[in-house]
Design a protein around this ligand. Structure first.
Ligand code: 5AD
Ligand code: SF4
Length: 441
């Protein structure tokens, strides 16, 4: 048995990185590592980076700079960079930052134990291949520890859409779906370990088309099969592209009780001119009609989305179209970003919108989205929802969990015997800026 070592992982960006960080921790578990949340006691620090926006690489270099003191204090400390910045920068990281021992791209995490052994021996290790073997397969032999009630499960990676602003097709590569049988067995394993809610992940999750019995399975088919697993009470998926919302998936929202009434469906802009320049291959109107069909299937569904303001060429009138689309949709929750140039993507070469204009548009859009979010939350007051309890709340006797619609709900449960992992009916009594309060029914 190898000596116990401490592993600290800092995760940036999306939920897929959260999942990947868990997989990396499991892979290194076999080399004797246990996870710590204290970087100071770590024998290995991994930064799991995100490259989607802002000056990701610069941020990572300054974060690495801050680790110097720890390395000085503990010469045995090993430092690694994982994720999409590792993929994009590769060798450059080793060249620029002598502190770094290991660079590993998102497709190579299953090789971490071998890489770890090399860096322990004093070498530096780099792996940013897109190997043929399935990294998930190699990661399957993991310790079967008990889990919290919610888990992520990556079913698809990469993207073939090439939106003009996005680096994902370059960092994560072509779209690949995991075979359905693997997903199902991983889901069963999670449920046996205490998980009741699974969020299926993929950069383009609704483009899922994994091998299954009788041919390729769609995401809808996969969800219908997952819903049959005893003890799996809730299913979600993220992130989706409007053009991949097929009829069966829409129907599943009305038919599969376990499929939660929440959908993250980014549109990015409400201007057809901008959407075309973004290479989105849908229009504002086709998106609105799609939302109408989804709501017809599941009237209480909460819609969430992503927006980019200040995309190259976006005029004030284009931006007004975005505000109009937001008004028509009524989002329950949304993410919005200023366009940021990603080297190597088509839009990076185009004339850019000035920063103050972007700032102003982002402020106006976020004010509107915030109002909508609050309006949707206030409408929840008086309604009864399911809440999957996850952890203690801010005050004694309080627990917090996620509602069916993915709201955080605070509930006083003292004396009611509610434990982590319990799914209970709750009546919503109040709405706060980013959460709800309720009472057990
Ligand atoms: N600039 C700003 N936002 C971006 N996103 C992706 N690329 C960029 C970029 N270059 C946003 C999109 C996407 C979300 C994950 O990040 O809105 O849906
Ligand atoms: Fe990026 Fe567009 Fe693919 Fe989403 S669909 S990952 S925004 S290229």
């Amino acid at each position: 048995m190898p000596a116990e070592r401490k592993l600290f992982i800092k995760t940036y960006g999306c939920q897929m990185n959260v999942y990947d960080s868990e997989r990396m921790a499991e892979a290194l578990g076999g080399s004797g590592y246990v996870v710590t949340d204290d970087a100071e006691e770590a024998d290995m620090i991994l930064l799991n980076t995100c490259h989607i926006r802002e000056k990701a690489a610069e941020k990572m270099y300054s974060e690495l700079g801050r680790l110097r003191g720890l390395k000085d204090a503990n010469p045995d400390l090993r430092i690694g960079v994982a994720g999409c910045v590792a993929q994009a920068e590769g060798q450059e990281i080793l060249r620029r930052q002598p502190l770094v021992d290991l660079v590993v791209g998102p497709q190579s995490y299953h090789r971490l134990p071998q890489m770890e052994a090399r860096v322990r021996g004093g070498e530096r290790a780099l792996d940013t291949d897109f190997p043929d073997e399935d990294k998930f397969d190699h990661l399957a032999a993991r310790p079967r520890a008990r889990r919290g009630p919610g888990a992520f499960l990556t079913v698809q990676e990469g993207c073939d859409k090439f939106c003009a602003f996005c680096v994902v097709p370059y960092t994560r590569g072509a779209e690949v779906s995991r075979p359905a049988a693997r997903v199902l067995s991983e889901a069963r394993d999670l449920v046996e370990r205490g998980v009741r809610e699974i969020t299926l992940l993929g950069q383009n999750v609704n483009a899922y088309h994994g091998d299954g019995t009788g041919g390729e399975w769609s995401l809808a088919r996969l969800i219908r099969e997952l819903a049959r697993i005893d003890g799996l009470d809730r299913i979600r998926y993220t992130t989706s592209h409007p053009n991949d919302m097929d009829d069966d998936l829409i129907a599943a929202h009305g038919e599969v009780a376990e499929l939660m009434p929440y959908l993250h469906l980014p549109v990015q802009s409400g201007s057809d001119r901008v959407l075309k320049a973004m290479n989105r291959k849908h229009t504002a109107d086709s998106y609105l009609r799609l939302i109408g069909r989804i709501r017809a299937a599941r009237p209480d569904i909460l819609i969430s989305g992503d927006f980019i303001v200040g995309f190259p060429g976006e005029t004030e009138s284009d931006f007004a179209d975005t505000l109009a689309l937001v008004g028509a949709v009524e989002y329950g929750q949304c993410y919005s970003f200023k366009y940021s140039t990603r080297p190597g993507t088509p839009a990076a070469e185009r004339p850019q919108v000035e920063e103050p204009v972007k700032d102003d548009r982002l402020r106006r859009l976020q004010a509107l989205l915030r109002d909508q979010q609050h309006a949707v939350q206030r409408r929840m007051v008086g309604q009864e929802v399911g809440v999957l309890f996850d952890k203690p709340g801010r005050e004694p006797g309080q627990m917090v969990g996620k509602s069916d619609h993915l709201h955080s709900v605070f509930v006083f449960v003292a004396g009611d015997g509610v434990a982590r992992g319990d799914l209970r009916r709750v009546r919503i009594t109040a709405s706060a800026p980013n959460s709800l309060a309720g009472t057990l029914v």
